[in-house]
Design a protein around this ligand. Structure first.
Ligand code: CA
Length: 238
């Protein structure tokens, strides 16, 4: 089955070139010009797209906002496109959870290579995640609970949100801002300290169940990631 991609780009010449190149590489591409059309497609879409390519500057808003929404809702890989000189947006894009980034003008060959790499990474992460999660950690989203080893963690709503976000992409480093945005949304009361405090209590609760593991990793000056060991026994060693 051909991987299906969503392209949001308001420049018709760029869009034409990109669609042509990706389809020649075996992808199927839905192209829209506006953010609100993209949001509608993403909401209706079942099964979900394999990945999304978002232009930053769009007539009805910023692709960065859509990137943030996508990240809040799940693990769809996102590649951002932006005009030359939008360097600030590059940093912002990655903080908001974009997986990769290209500055215009770019070669379509480069775009296709990046897209293939993105999908490969996604497939590997999903596969690895499924295998270890079954044994070690499992997120029951409907029940808003997470099992670690043989027991369910007793989590507050925010602790659950935090761990659920980290679990979506094991190994990925989340900045405090990205976590704030994903878990706390636009709550003005919350700060970087809020994230640190919740990570601390979350770690303590996880260590209570599994003192042999330290799954949440601090990356100095960057943020946090959840690192799943390649193999860990589902039960804590006696
Ligand atoms: Ca544009």
């Amino acid at each position: 089955m051909r991987p299906e991609l969503l392209l949001v780009e308001d420049d018709p010449a760029i869009a034409r070139t990109v669609v042509y190149a990706l389809e020649r590489e075996g992808f199927r591409v839905d192209h829209v010009l506006l953010l609100h059309e993209a949001s509608k497609l993403l909401a209706q879409r079942d099964p979900p797209y394999a990945a999304a390519i978002l232009d930053v500057g769009l007539p009805d808003g910023s692709g960065l906002d859509l990137c943030r929404d996508i990240r809040r809702q799940g693990a769809l890989p996102v590649l951002m496109l932006s005009a030359r000189g939008e360097e600030m947006d590059r940093v912002l894009g990655l903080e908001l959870g974009a997986d990769d980034y290209l500055v215009k003008p770019f070669s379509t060959r480069e775009l296709c290579a990046r897209m293939r790499a993105l999908l490969r990474r996604g497939a590997m992460a999903a596969h690895g995640q499924r295998q270890t999660q079954q044994a070690l950690i499992e997120c029951d989203r409907a029940g808003a609970r997470i099992r670690l080893g043989s027991a369910w963690l007793s989590l507050t709503r925010r602790e659950f949100g935090l761990l659920e976000a980290l679990l979506r992409s094991p190994g990925k480093v989340w900045s405090r801002d990205a976590l704030l945005s994903a878990v706390w949304g636009h709550d003005a009361e919350s700060t970087d300290r809020t994230v640190d405090t919740h990570v601390k209590t979350l770690r303590a609760k996880m260590r209570e169940l599994r003192p042999d593991l330290d799954l949440i990793v601090t990356h100095r000056g960057l943020g946090y990631s959840l690192d799943l060991p390649a193999s860990a026994p589902p039960q804590a060693p006696a």
